[in-house]
Structure formats: structure tokens, C-alpha cells
Design a protein around this ligand. Structure first.
Ligand code: UDP
Length: 337
């Protein structure tokens, strides 16, 4: 029998990566998951490890790729690069490593794509638009990024990774895809990674003070993870989108205060809201224009924020009980909205 082709997922044990691995296995791919486990969590792979098509290699893509990967190059047909810390506190805690992950790591995976003939997808970010002067953000907007600020290791690292991916594409060294991912949420987020959705939900569940940075009027647009994964796979499999970045995100925009209201509707809490200074270079507004994704991929998000948050709250409540962070039984929190 002919061996199945492999989809390699770098960063496959992370929040989005683990959902992508699961979906690719469902679609019949053999999945080779690479992760350095710095910001990923082993529990994210719990449901996958016994799947016969799944294999895991612990590796950091800033290092030469391990033999187990290189030896399978001729079976690798798709390479998804999701490997990078994505939460500001995490990616800023070792900024040099963040930059190298995007530049050196992406180069290693692009070279693997060149060697194997695999199609390559880079997960870039809405952060390439910086603190945007255009709203909503379209792919042809070139952004307003502070290249000397604390977010630069991530923003500029992703911009460099995009440049390299497009060069490989232009020179026909590899067939490339670039997704610009906007804020995404859902099960498998790290309760402790400091992002706004995980912080607000966990603080509400634990009855701890709610942290709002700035006055809460800044906006984000939140995409549920299943929608995002659908977009990533459609982009990878679409024809003729090689030299075009594509925004993937939910165009419904909320202030952080509105997000908090939605969380409170699901997890009633009397905890105090404490206002902290806005982090340096924190974008004021963010909303994707997804016209290109609609036109090229026939894609648009389907899960409304209230439904996605309800699923996410349910998962966090269970996860925090598993981690013994929460004494309340899950059923005592209101999860049915
Ligand atoms: N934020 C907040 N409270 C928190 C964590 C974040 O008000 O506990 C704010 C943060 O300053 C930003 C927005 O929420 O304006 C989204 O932050 P996140 O770290 O989730 O993502 P990013 O800034 O990368 O979009």
C-alpha cells in the first residue's frame, strides 16, 4: 500500500497548532508535529497521541531540523509553520529567541519545503500592521510598526518571515502561502499566557480581580479557533494564492470592555475590575478586512463571539479543575448562554 503523505505542523502542540493537527488527521493526513514545548502544553495533544497517523518530535526550529524530520522529507507534502510564542508577555520574555524563531526557523522550514517539494504556509499576524492608521486593515496596508519597541521582536520577526517566504515563492524555490492571523481564542489556550480572553475568563472563574489595561476602549476582533483552522487549511489547499498574504480573522470588532461584559454574562463575578497602564505600543484598534479570504477561499468565520466564548469558558473551567486551580465544580458556573 502507498504510504500516506505527511503534513508537518511546526508549533503543533500550541493552541492553534493542536487544533490544526486534529483537523488534518481527520482529513486523512499523517501529521508530524514539531514543537519545542516552550509555550505549548502537553495536554493539547492528549487526544492525538494514540492516533496511528500522528507523530511528535520535540525540536526547536532555530536548531538544525532533527534527522527524524529530514529523513522523511520525500513524504512531506505540506508544511505549516505556527512555531512562535504569540502572547506578548511570552514573546517579550526572550525577544532574541522570538526573532530567531521567525527568521532562522522559517528559513529552515522553507529550505525543507524546497528540498521536499512541499507546499509551505507561514502563519503571520495582524501585528504586521502595528498600531494601524487604516481601519479595518486590508492586506495592501503596509502598517505602522515601531521597529525599536518591545513588540518588534514579534512584529518585525513576522515581517521578515513574510519577506523570506515571498522571496522563496518569487524565486520558485517553494510554493508558499501567508496567513495573517488576527486575535484567536478557544479551548487549548494557556490559562496563564496573559492574553485578554484567557485572563478575563480565568480571573472570573477564580473570582480574582479583573485586569483591564488602559481604559478598555481599545478594540480587537476575536475569531474562534475552529473557524481559523478552517481558513488555514483552505488557504493551504487553494490554488493561485501563492504571492498574496491573506487576512484570517473575525471582522466583528469589540472593545475590551464589551468583551468583559460578554465574559461576565457567562461567568457571573463580583470581582473588582482593576485598571492597569496600557502596555507600550498596544494597538488602539484592530479589525480585519476579510474580502480577500472571502473571494479567494470562500471563507468567513461562522462562530459568533457569545457561542465561542461559552465553549471556551466550559473548557477553561474543566481545564482549571484538571490543573486544580479551581475549587468550584464546573456545573456551578453558568455555561449555558
Ligand atoms: N488586555 C487587557 N487585560 C488583560 C490582557 C490584555 O486589557 O488582562 C488588553 C491588551 O492590552 C490589549 C488587548 O487586551 O489591548 C488584547 O491583548 P492580547 O494580549 O490578548 O493580544 P494582542 O495585544 O496581541 O492583540
Amino acid at each position: 500500500m502507498k504510504e500516506k503523505k505527511i503534513a508537518l505542523v511546526a508549533g503543533g502542540a500550541g493552541f492553534i497548532g493542536s487544533h490544526l493537527c486534529a483537523r488534518l488527521l481527520e482529513q486523512g493526513w499523517d501529521v508530524l508535529c514539531l514543537d519545542n514545548m516552550l509555550t505549548a502544553r502537553p495536554g493539547n495533544l492528549r487526544a492525538l497521541t494514540n492516533h496511528p497517523g500522528f507523530s511528535f518530535v520535540r525540536a526547536d526550529i532555530t536548531d538544525p531540523l532533527p534527522d527524524e524530520v529530514v529523513e522523511q522529507a520525500d513524504r512531506i507534502e505540506r508544511i505549516y509553520n505556527l512555531a512562535c510564542a504569540a502572547s506578548p508577555p511570552h514573546y517579550q520574555s526572550d525577544p532574541e529567541h522570538t526573532m530567531l524563531t521567525n527568521v532562522v526557523g522559517t528559513d529552515r522550514l522553507l529550505r525543507l519545503a524546497e528540498q521536499s517539494g512541499a507546499r509551505f504556509l507561514l502563519t503571520s499576524t495582524s501585528e504586521v500592521y502595528g498600531d494601524p492608521e487604516q481601519h479595518p486593515q486590508r492586506e495592501d496596508y503596509r502598517g505602522w510598526v515601531n521597529c525599536t519597541g518591545p513588540r518588534a521582536c514579534y512584529d518585525e520577526g513576522k515581517r521578515a518571515a513574510e519577506a523570506m517566504a515571498f522571496d522563496f515563492g518569487r524565486l520558485q524555490r517553494a510554493e508558499v502561502r501567508v496567513a495573517r492571523i488576527f486575535n484567536t481564542y478557544g479551548p487549548h489556550m494557556d490559562p496563564r499566557d496573559g492574553r485578554v480572553v484567557s485572563n478575563l475568563i480565568c480571573q472570573a472563574l477564580e473570582g480574582q480581580e479583573i485586569t483591564i489595561y488602559g481604559d478598555g476602549s481599545q478594540t480587537r476582533s476575536f475569531c474562534y479557533v475552529s473557524d481559523l483552522v478552517d481558513g488555514l487549511i483552505r488557504l493551504m489547499e487553494a490554488k493561485d494564492v501563492s504571492l498574496t498574504p491573506v487576512n484570517l480573522g473575525n471582522p466583528e470588532e469589540y472593545t475590551i470592555t464589551q468583551l468583559l461584559e460578554q465574559v461576565r454574562a457567562l461567568v457571573p463575578t463580583t470581582a473588582e475590575v482593576v485598571y492597569h497602564p496600557l502596555p507600550v505600543d498596544d494597538p488602539r484598534r484592530r479589525r480585519p478586512d476579510i474580502g480577500r479570504a472571502r473571494a479567494l477561499l470562500g471563507w468567513a468565520p461562522r462562530v459568533p463571539l457569545a457561542a465561542g466564548l461559552a465553549e471556551t469558558v466550559r473548557w477553561f473551567a474543566e481545564e482549571m479543575q484538571r490543573m486544580q486551580l479551581l475549587e468550584l465544580p464546573v456545573q456551578e458556573t453558568r455555561l449555558s448562554a
